[in-house]
Ligand binder design. Structure first.
Ligand code: PAF
Length: 283
C-alpha cells in the first residue's frame, strides 16, 4: 500500500492504473477510521480494481468555533486498517498541498445546503463540495463512496456531480451502528462514559421515527414531536435540529408522501452528533 502526500503522486499512480484498464474507487475521509469507513472501503474494494482512501481533515469545512484543532487524528492506525482492507493508496496531504495561500475558488451547491446542517454550519457544505471536487480531480475515480450517516452531504454531493456533469458514480452506503444503536462516528471518541450513555437518545429518536413511519404515520409534526420528547428527556442532550425534508431536494416537509429524510443533530455535552433515517410513504 502506497501513502502519497502530493496530488501529483496520486495522479501519476491513477494514470498508470487507468492505462492498464483498471477501475478506481475513492473513499474520501477525514481519518480516525472506524467500522463505518471500513464498510465504505469494503464496498469500494468489491466494486473496483483499485481503492484510494483520502485522509484529510479539511479546514475549510469547519466553522471558526468548531473542532478543527481537536478533531482526532491517527494516521498509523488508519494505515493499518486500510492495508488490511486491501486499499492500494492513501492520499494524506498537508493543508498546504490542498490550499495555496491565496486559494480563492469554491464550489457552492446552493439550496440543498441551506436546511439541516447547513443552517447551523453555514459554510460547511461549501468546504465539503470544494474539497470533494478537488479529490475527484486528483484521484479521477470511477466511483466514490459516502455514508448515509451524513445524509445531507450525500445529497449535496450527488447534486454537485449532476449539476457539474462529473463523470463518476456516487455510491451511498448504509449507516453502521454500535450494538446499542449509536451511529458510528469519529466524534464519539469525545464522549465521556456518561455522555456515551446519553448519546443513545439519538438512535432511539431515529428508531421511533422509523417505527412510526413504517406503521403508516404520515404526519411529520407527530413524528418530530415524538422524537423531541425522547431527546429532551435526557438532561445532557440539547437539540440543534430535529427535522424532516424531502430526500431529493432537502426542502422542509411535514408530510411523508415520498422519499423523506428525518434527520437530527443533537449536542451531548459539547459534542454535536447527527443521525437520520430515510423513509418512504407506506404503499
Ligand atoms: O464525511 C467526511 O468525512 C468529510 O466531510 C469528507 C467527505 C471527507 C470531506 O472532507
Amino acid at each position: 500500500m502506497q501513502i502519497e502526500k502530493t496530488a501529483a503522486g496520486v495522479r501519476a499512480q491513477v494514470k498508470a492504473w487507468k492505462k492498464e484498464g483498471l477501475s478506481v474507487g475513492l473513499v474520501p475521509t477525514m481519518g480516525y477510521l472506524h467500522e463505518g469507513h471500513k464498510s465504505l472501503i469494503d464496498r469500494a474494494a468489491a466494486e473496483n480494481d483499485r481503492v484510494v482512501v483520502s485522509i484529510f481533515v479539511n479546514p475549510i469545512q469547519f466553522g471558526p468555533a468548531e473542532d478543527l484543532e481537536t478533531y482526532p487524528r491517527d494516521l498509523e492506525a488508519d494505515s493499518k486498517l486500510c492495508e488490511q482492507a486491501g486499499v492500494s493508496l492513501i492520499f494524506a496531504p498537508e493543508a498546504s498541498e490542498m490550499y495555496a495561500e491565496d486559494f480563492s475558488t469554491y464550489v457552492d451547491a446552493g439550496k440543498v445546503t441551506e436546511e439541516l446542517c447547513g443552517k447551523s454550519r453555514p459554510t460547511h457544505f461549501r468546504g465539503v463540495c470544494t474539497v470533494v471536487n478537488k479529490l475527484f480531480h486528483i484521484a479521477a475515480p470511477d466511483r466514490a463512496y459516502f455514508g448515509q450517516k451524513d445524509a445531507q452531504q450525500l445529497a449535496v454531493i450527488r447534486r454537485m456531480v449532476r449539476d457539474l456533469n462529473m463523470d463518476l458514480e456516487i455510491v451511498g452506503c448504509p449507516i453502521i451502528r454500535e450494538e446499542d444503536g449509536l451511529a458510528k462516528s469519529s466524534r464519539n471518541t469525545y464522549l465521556s462514559e456518561e455522555e456515551r450513555k446519553a448519546a443513545l437518545v439519538l438512535s432511539k429518536a431515529v428508531f421511533k421515527a422509523e417505527e412510526m413511519a413504517e406503521g403508516g404515520e404520515k404526519d411529520g409534526e407527530k413524528i418530530l414531536e415524538a422524537m423531541r420528547n425522547i431527546i429532551t428527556a435526557e438532561p445532557l442532550a440539547r437539540i440543534d435540529y430535529v427535522e424532516m425534508v424531502r430526500w431529493d431536494t432537502i426542502e422542509v416537509s411535514r408530510i411523508i408522501d415520498g422519499p423523506t429524510l428525518i434527520a437530527i443533530a443533537v449536542f451531548i455535552g459539547k459534542t454535536r452528533l447527527i443521525d437520520n433515517v430515510l423513509v418512504r410513504a407506506a404503499q
